[in-house]
Write a protein that binds this ligand. Structure first.
Ligand SMILES: [Zn+2]
Length: 708
């Protein structure tokens, strides 16, 4: 299974919701400004959607400034309320607040990632420190925290509903985890640490990008011989654009390196590409990231101690479904051990095939190439032929049909909704009784200004308090079809389509009363469960058979379908060892309680890999020198979450298989009620148990990956 990038709203929510932003409702901007700027004032669009047809880039910053000022004022009003704190005048008031800022921010951040033009990037850069400042002020506001803390201490006597109690506990926890409960000097130190961490993260990311660019590889025609035509022609065009016509440019990115390493017969060229990709951030130049890594880890250790946690990993996991590093490590090692056995079997197959080529010392740059040979020999699958049976339109039909069969929902395209870019489609999702559930923006095609990967984000979350209809967005980078042709997708892209729509359903189906507990605002190790479990239905033969059809309308041949599904477990030893070595090192690094003065991330990494017995031919999916997830992506001590969620999705889907019907109505209703609808209104472990009747085990994951 390929790791996907995921819920953008989590990042936005972290900036916005977690600050419990105060409302801008009372702020009335001058009339002239209202009429000139479509972001300010009421939106007279259908369903109150963002007026993208009228917004120009220069509208965002003034709208942000007004909304931030109003948010600050409202926060202070709650904090300085002369009345004694009540749930309504404090916790609920915070939930009602920040509407204007959420609206502007969600409208903007939807576009910032999907259409990252220089103008939008400049806005993002200007806005980020203003949002961070507001967040810090709010979370460290002692008067506000005193009110929250007073209510928290009295919570048993307040007559709260279970959801209100959860909201109070979660709000209190956010303040405490931001440092609000610490003595003044420690609070000051935490704020300084947070600021330095943020700066170090930015420095890490910028060095990495610079080193990636410095590591561009230009190859000759001889070196790309045997490469598929689409890869070669894209590389030739890139070299031409870079002023080196006649050569072939391969950037040191995963999306360029992995296909090259899989397909290129030239071994020396493979080594060049592998080295450029693998040593990003680890070269002897100004872009080396080791100093940033050391300082980041040191500061995280210091902050954890100030917060009273044993380690940074303990601090992070206290706010997760796993709850402790040892619970996460138990799962990781339980999967790693059998994966290593399988990987060594795969290595023997690869060595045997490579020997026929005269390669007797298989190296890391050989693995993918020979694995692909083993795969095509064993499964006789031609990716290009498979794609002919996978039209995007058919897969979208399959996705909506699955939703109808499981939850009774239907999708109806809306053409009256202004979208932010060409090619974005908008669907109204309806309940079985015709009631409107929400709006779904589908932005499936690649464009030059879109960031890579796939993700979901929320423009508006469903909630009873404000009575709002949800709007969710899915993004992907599917190659647009040539004029007059059908868009085709790979199985992996089809799984991603289902995955992101799973997040979308999670974002639309929530029945939470309070916005900050709604939808995908759940812990990181739970948020991938609703999306990953939804992926399973695309590989159900009945669904694929009905919708995977070629241009003549013929279904995918039975042998092709069978091979395609069987090939899902191929090379999983390699993938699992790669993924888990990164997850295990992330956790171990963040379980350290001190760093020696001469700590060197590279040496530490090498020693850990030796101890784990990771074959050198495999290595890590993300080496520490460029592990963006954990150094500038908010996933420190959390990379395990992908594996954690996979254990749940495999085990969760097993429930349907055990029932003998993958659309079992009773189970589907339970999945909706106990998982998709609950948001963060209760502990995620409780939600899982309510659906499955017990906690997940790793058995189904191991079986699905063919490791059992
Ligand atoms: Zn995801």
């Amino acid at each position: 299974m390929i790791l996907r990038s995921c819920v953008l709203s989590a990042a936005i929510a972290a900036t916005l919701m977690s600050t419990s932003l105060p409302s801008a409702a009372q702020s009335t901007p001058p009339r002239a400004e209202q009429s000139a700027n479509p972001l300010i004032g009421a939106w007279s669009t259908p369903d109150g959607v963002p007026p993208y047809d009228r917004i120009r880039p220069e509208h965002y910053e003034p709208a942000f400034d007004l909304a931030i000022a109003a948010a600050r004022e409202q926060s202070q009003r709650i904090a300085n309320d002369p009345a004694a704190p009540t749930f309504e005048n404090t916790i609920e008031a915070m939930e009602r607040s920040g509407r204007e800022l959420s609206r502007v921010a969600n409208t903007f951040f939807t576009v910032a990632s999907a259409d990252a033009t220089p103008a939008n990037q400049a806005i993002q850069k200007n806005i980020a420190p203003k949002l961070a400042r507001l967040s810090n002020e709010t979370m460290l506001d002692q008067a506000l925290f005193q009110r929250v803390d007073t209510l928290y201490q009295q919570r048993a006597d307040l007559g709260l509903t279970p959801e209100q109690n959860r909201l109070l506990e979660q709000t209190h926890k956010r303040f405490v985890r931001a440092g609000a409960a610490l003595p003044a000097d420690a609070r000051t130190r935490v704020a300084a640490i947070n600021e330095e961490l943020a700066n170090l993260g930015v420095a890490f990311g910028q060095k990495l990008l610079a080193d990636q660019k410095a590591n561009d590889v230009f190859l000759s025609a001889a070196e790309v011989e045997g490469l598929p035509a689409d890869q070669a022609s894209a590389a030739a065009a890139a070299a031409e654009a870079a002023g080196k016509p006649g050569q072939y440019l391969f950037p040191a990115t995963r999306s360029a390196a992995e296909p090259f390493l899989t397909a290129a017969p030239n071994r020396d060229a493979r080594e060049k590409i592998w080295r450029a990709f693998t040593f990003r951030g680890d070269n002897d130049n100004a872009n080396n990231t080791s100093a940033e890594i050391k300082r980041l880890v040191e500061l995280r250790i210091e902050r954890a101690k100030l917060m009273g946690a044993a380690t940074h990993a303990d601090f992070v996991l206290a706010d997760s479904m796993a709850k402790t590093p040892s619970a996460a490590m138990e799962l990781l090692m339980g999967v790693y051990t059998p994966a290593l056995v399988r990987a060594n079997e795969e290595l023997r197959d690869i060595q045997a095939l490579a020997a026929k080529d005269g390669v007797t010392d298989v190296q890391p740059w050989d693995w993918r190439y020979y694995a692909e040979q083993v795969r095509s020999e064993r499964f006789a699958l031609d990716e290009a032929q498979v794609k002919q049976y996978m039209p995007l339109d058919g897969i979208v039909e399959a996705m909506f049909e699955t939703t109808q069969k499981l939850f009774g929902l239907t999708a109806h395209e809306r053409t009256d909704i202004p979208a932010y870019a060409d090619g974005v489609r908008v669907f109204e999702i309806r309940e079985a009784d015709g009631r409107k559930l929400g709006l779904f923006y589908a932005d499936w095609f690649a464009r030059p200004t879109k960031r890579p990967g796939a993700w979901m984000n929320s423009v508006r979350v469903p909630n009873g308090l404000l009575g709002e209809t949800p709007i969710v967005v899915n993004n992907q980078n599917i190659t647009p079809p040539a004029a007059g042709e059908r868009a085709l997708v790979s199985l992996d892209e089809a799984q991603t389509l289902f995955h992101e729509f799973g997040h979308g359903l999670h974002g639309m189906l929530s029945t939470a009363h309070y916005p900050s507990l709604s939808g995908t605002a759940v812990s990181r190790d739970f948020v991938e469960f609703p999306s990953q479990v939804y992926e399973h239905w695309i590989t159900e033969p009945t669904i694929l058979q009905a919708h995977a059809r070629n241009a003549e309308g013929e279904p995918m041949p039975a042998e092709m379908l069978e091979s395609l599904l069987k090939a899902q477990t191929f090379n999983q030893g390699f993938f699992t060892v790669q993924q888990l070595s990164s997850a295990i090192l992330d956790m171990r690094l963040h379980q350290l309680t001190a760093l020696p003065a001469d700590f060197d991330a590279g040496k530490w990494e090498a020693a850990q890999l030796r101890e784990l017995g990771v074959p050198e031919e495999i290595g890590m999916r993300h080496r520490l020198p460029h592990f963006s997830h954990i150094f500038d992506g908010g996933y420190s001590a959390s990379y395990y979450a992908y594996t954690w969620a996979e254990a749940m999705d495999a085990d969760g889907f097993d429930a349907f298989k055990e029932a003998g019907n993958v659309f079992d109505p009773e189970l589907a209703a339970k999945l909706r009620r106990e998982v998709y609808e609950v948001g963060n209104t209760r502990d995620p472990a409780e939600s899982y148990r309510a659906f499955r009747g017990r906690m997940p085990t790793a058995d189904a994951l191991l079986r699905n990956r063919g490791l059992k």
